[in-house]
Design a protein around this ligand. Structure first.
Ligand code: SAM
Length: 258
């Protein structure tokens, strides 16, 4: 039987779960989490939903600033790692539950803010998940999406997304800033904030997290090396730092009001 995309996601993230919180990875970086939390303008009485929360990096960073966080994800191993980490950190106002982003088990208008970080590019139908996030957000509340973004140039974005999918088959398509804003607007939200930052990523660390095979890793590195020689651009903006191959990601926070 053909694997569906949810199976592909679960297989990928059950593999990544034990390593997801390792220090030194940009995803776990305190500096970037602080940047995200600061830009969400949280209020102490807020009830928060973190969708496709994984191990709850963002939800756990948000928890000390709000009343309660619910973190949902499709991959049990990611949720279990999040529960252990929250216990270790003494965070008691976060709960983890298994749920699809496309069908969240909460009534309409339940949360003050619904967030989702680095997950849209794993969804087959991001519009369905965003509509669901808007449904469970109260009127006047916020939906905040944080994700890596693609260049505006369609050809570059297609190459960059192809390399991401080679590295990790659970990657569907990361969007451009314009497309992400359009996604939120299409779900009826008014955009109230868009902010981005550039993040340097080690190609070795990036391939290591997803357990990409050495053969595929070499093929990706070869395309990046070609770009460094001035040949075909990949959209990934590769560069060398002390002889280490790096590339530059752009991370975006886009916040809409319901
Ligand atoms: C790159 S991880 C990001 C985790 C977390 N949001 C963070 O920023 O650290 C992507 C997560 O999305 C989850 N995911 C992907 N598709 C999903 C879906 N349709 N429903 C729920 N979770 C999903 C995966 O299980 C994984 O934990």
């Amino acid at each position: 039987m053909k694997e569906n995309h949810h199976d592909v996601v679960r297989k990928q993230f059950s593999k990544q779960a034990p390593r997801f919180g390792e220090t030194g990875r940009p995803l776990a970086s305190r500096e970037y989490l602080d940047w995200m939390v600061t830009n969400l303008d949280l209020e102490p009485h807020w009830r928060v939903l973190d969708v496709a929360a994984g191990t709850g990096h963002l939800g756990r960073a948000i928890a000390p600033h709000v009343r309660r966080v619910v973190a949902v994800d499709i991959t049990p191993q990611m949720l279990n790692a999040g529960v252990s980490q929250a216990e270790e950190d003494g965070i008691s106002n976060i709960v983890f539950a298994q749920s699809l982003a496309e069908q969240v088990p909460h009534p309409n208008d339940t949360f003050d803010i619904v967030v989702s970080r680095f997950a849209i590019h794993h969804f087959e139908h991001p519009n369905i998940s965003i509509t669901e996030m808007v449904r469970v957000c109260r009127l006047g509340g916020r939906v905040a999406v944080i994700d890596l973004v693609m260049p505006d140039d369609d050809a570059l974005a297609a190459t960059y997304n192809r390399l991401e999918r080679l590295r990790d088959p659970s990657h569907t398509r990361a969007l451009s800033v314009r497309e992400l804003e359009g996604l939120l607007q299409g779900a009826g939200l008014e955009i109230i904030q868009t902010i981005s930052c550039d993040v340097d990523v080690s190609v070795d660390h990036w391939l290591d997290l997803t357990g990409t095979s050495p053969e595929i890793g070499r093929a990706i590195v070869e395309e990046l090396a070609q770009e460094l020689k001035g040949l075909k651009a990949t959209g990934m903006r590769p560069f060398l730092r002390n002889n280490e191959l790096m590339f530059e990601q752009t991370w975006l926070i886009v916040v809409g009001e319901k």
